[in-house]
Design a protein around this ligand. Structure first.
Ligand SMILES: NC(=O)c1ccc[n+]([C@@H]2O[C@H](COP(=O)([O-])OP(=O)(O)OC[C@H]3O[C@@H](n4cnc5c(N)ncnc54)[C@H](OP(=O)(O)O)[C@@H]3O)[C@@H](O)[C@H]2O)c1
Length: 213
């Protein structure tokens, strides 16, 4: 699959490594331009290319976005129609600035991103896993239920399935927390799922049992 990646930091670069290892092609972008990504794509090999943000969007059947949430409105709104977008961004007011509509629970960070990217099929995912764990904890030889969980949420079931398959290909297990709004809320910083090292089995039991995470 062709995957465009926007954000080449802790999460974006490590996701790129995992996607390449799983046999995908990637085009990766940051805010400073493709020339600043030469070393990274040289390391990643022939299935990786450095790109502008627009090029990464055009390239990807899936577009994986991993930038500080507060910058989301700087992304182009067009070019996403029909594309599956993975939103790994988290809202941290001290880093991103205050978004009153989020602090007042009127909406969620993923819903704001989905509204901005016209026509995108948005799946929230990769939000609760620390990048060092993303780098090291994927294990394709394990049965899925024993693998580390990566949570997904969204309103497009088919898009969520596609992202779930990608998660399995890189050695993790996708666990569905539900809709973009409620499932998304359950993955936000400070929740019971955030940065928890859970197997898919334990994660599912927690979602089934508690209801009040
Ligand atoms: N770190 C974690 O363990 C972790 C885990 C789960 C989720 N997250 C979330 O994932 C997102 C990325 O985190 P990170 O730790 O990978 O951040 P990071 O290491 O600071 O990297 C951020 C990347 O985003 C790029 N970027 C910033 N503004 C951009 C823009 N307007 N257009 C295109 N690219 C832009 C940066 O490019 P330049 O360097 O060129 O500015 C950089 O490559 C955040 O929302 C974070 O909260 C992080």
């Amino acid at each position: 699959m062709k995957i465009g990646i926007i954000g080449a930091g802790n999460i974006g670069a490590n996701a790129a490594r995992l996607f390449i290892k799983a046999g995908h092609e990637i085009a990766i972008a940051n805010s400073r331009g493709a020339e600043t990504l030469k070393d990274l794509v040289a390391e990643l090999g022939e299935n990786a290319q450095a790109a502008s943000v627009e090029e990464a969007i055009n390239f990807g059947e899936i577009v994986f976005i991993s930038i500080p949430f507060g910058k989301y409105a700087t992304l182009p709104a067009d070019g996403f129609d029909g594309k599956i977008v993975v939103d790994s961004n988290n809202y941290y007011p001290e880093r991103d600035g205050v978004f009153e509509e989020l602090d007042d629970n009127k909406t969620t960070s993923s819903e704001l991103l989905a509204e901005h990217l016209r026509g995108a099929r948005l799946v929230k995912g990769f939000n609760t896993i620390w990048f060092e764990h993303l780098k090291t904890q994927g294990e394709v030889s394990l049965p899925t239920e024993e693998r580390r969980a990566i949570f997904v949420a969204g309103d497009d079931a088919e898009a969520k399935q596609t992202v779930a398959r990608l998660i399995e290909e890189i050695g993790f297990a996708a666990v569905d927390t539900g809709s973009l709004r409620d499932g998304g809320l359950s993955q936000e910083p400070g929740t019971a799922l955030y940065n928890r090292e859970l197997t898919a089995n334990d994660a599912q039991a927690m979602l089934d049992g508690s209801g009040g995470y």
